[in-house]
Design a protein around this ligand. Structure first.
Ligand code: AMP
Length: 395
């Protein structure tokens, strides 16, 4: 892996692909700076080593040039986070862009306009990538969130830099955290998979069966498994067309010596709302008219006993409909148990959209070893895929 401190930045203009795809309010103010803060360490490193930075990012999904999605809105916040002036260029390729980047002095930062104003960005156009490459002398990718896309600025651009390219420190941390679970995890290794549907997690489950000792299945996925095993699922979310596949997975797990743990009891509601009447049922016996929306108290105890014995823990997906406070206890319980295991020395990695949201919402942010910043990129890594953005840096 080519990393930052192996690269010379003295008098170099570094193109840094960052992920500044931040939320804006109706006044175009940044409402969450997390992604900008996450890139600070890489930018500071380059500037402290005598380089300058040309920052490239996308914002939202514009269809052509869209003033609402201009990165000019975030310049002030980037300058505050970096604690230094930040210049802005209203385009990202061409004569004006090249003049702006050529004019940079050591220690200066230039943010270019939203890359996705050009359709060539997402199509990975080679000519557009070559134009972007003219903006700097070194290429650094620090945008894990888009590393699974073969876009111009995340992947294709790298071919124009020979060995003058490297991982940013955020991207490096993400890759190392995933390796620590998937390739070098201390045993017992546990994966906790929740979320809505089995169909969206198939490749991940298959890939995890090669790695883990235990797999807890939670969330809406449970009821496809219990139906396949002959249980009654009531009105719970279920994908009957995946029942055979669920049985195959259970068989495959047995062959590989992976223990699969389903909840034994569930908290159900008589409709899909926070204020529904609640009742706890045996997981195999949920009556008609009831929809299971969380794991039950006995399951929480059993999962806790398992989680605290594991040395490597991966968590993806909530245990229930955590957005409803009355059905969030199972998700909170798992978070608490992972926090305890982590405190006692386990390595814990949380990744994938909704589990990260849950961890933040319930205050576990500083109690996990690593929280991934990239939803889709994280999921594709867990599926065992090589991300194009990462492969391009290693070429
Ligand atoms: P995913 O994006 O697949 O990780 O799914 C996350 C979503 O799954 C969240 O919005 C949860 O509300 C939802 N979810 C979790 N458990 C259940 C359940 N038992 N029934 C319906 N939805 C669920």
């Amino acid at each position: 892996m080519r990393i930052l401190n192996q690269q010379n930045f003295k008098n170099q203009r570094a193109i840094v692909r960052v992920d500044f795809n931040v939320p804006l309010n109706e006044k175009f103010e940044v409402t969450d700076r997390t992604r900008i803060e996450a890139a600070k360490s890489t930018i500071d490193y380059i500037l402290n080593k005598g380089g300058s930075c040309v920052l490239l990012s996308h914002l939202g999904r514009p269809d052509g040039r869209d003033p609402k999605l201009s990165l000019s809105h975030i310049v002030k916040t980037v300058a505050e986070v970096l604690d230094r002036p930040v210049k802005f260029c209203s385009t990202s390729v061409g004569t004006e862009a090249e003049a702006a980047s050529n004019g940079l002095d050591q220690g200066e930062v230039l943010l270019m306009e939203n890359l996705r104003f050009h359709k060539e960005e997402t199509s990975g156009d080679v000519i557009f990538s070559e134009k972007l490459a003219r903006l700097g002398t070194v290429y650094v990718n620090d945008a894990f969130g888009t590393a699974h896309r073969a876009h111009a600025s995340t992947t294709i651009i790298a071919r124009f830099f020979g060995k003058n390219k490297c991982f940013g420190s955020l991207l490096e941390k993400e890759v190392l955290a995933i390796e620590k679970v998937m390739d070098q995890g201390e045993k017992p290794i546990l994966a906790i998979l929740g979320g809505a549907k089995v169909s969206s997690k198939i490749t991940i489950i298959e890939s995890l069966l090669e790695t883990v000792d235990h797999l807890i299945i939670g969330g809406g996925m449970v009821y496809t498994f219990t139906k396949a095993l002959g249980g009654k699922v009531g009105n719970s979310i279920c994908e009957p067309e995946y029942c055979d596949y669920a049985l195959e997975l259970l068989e495959k797990a047995k062959e590989k010596g992976v223990q699969i743990h389903l909840p034994v009891d569930v908290l159900a509601g008589n409709d899909f709302s926070n204020n529904a009447n609640q009742q706890t049922f045996d997981v195999m016996n949920i009556p008609e008219g009831w929809e299971a929306m969380d794991s039950g108290p006995e399951s929480q105890t059993i999962f806790h006993e398992l989680i605290i014995t594991c040395k490597t823990i991966l968590w993806n997906g909530p245990m229930g409909v955590f957005e409803f406070s009355n059905f969030s206890k199972g998700t909170i319980a798992v978070g608490n148990s992972i926090a305890k295991a982590t405190y006692e020395g386990a390595f814990s990695l949380v990744g994938g959209g909704d589990s990260v949201a849950a961890v933040k919402q319930f205050g576990f942010e500083n109690k996990m070893s690593y929280i991934s910043t990239g939803g889709g990129a994280m999921l594709e890594s867990l599926e065992g895929k090589t991300l194009p953005g990462i492969a391009a840096l290693n070429e």
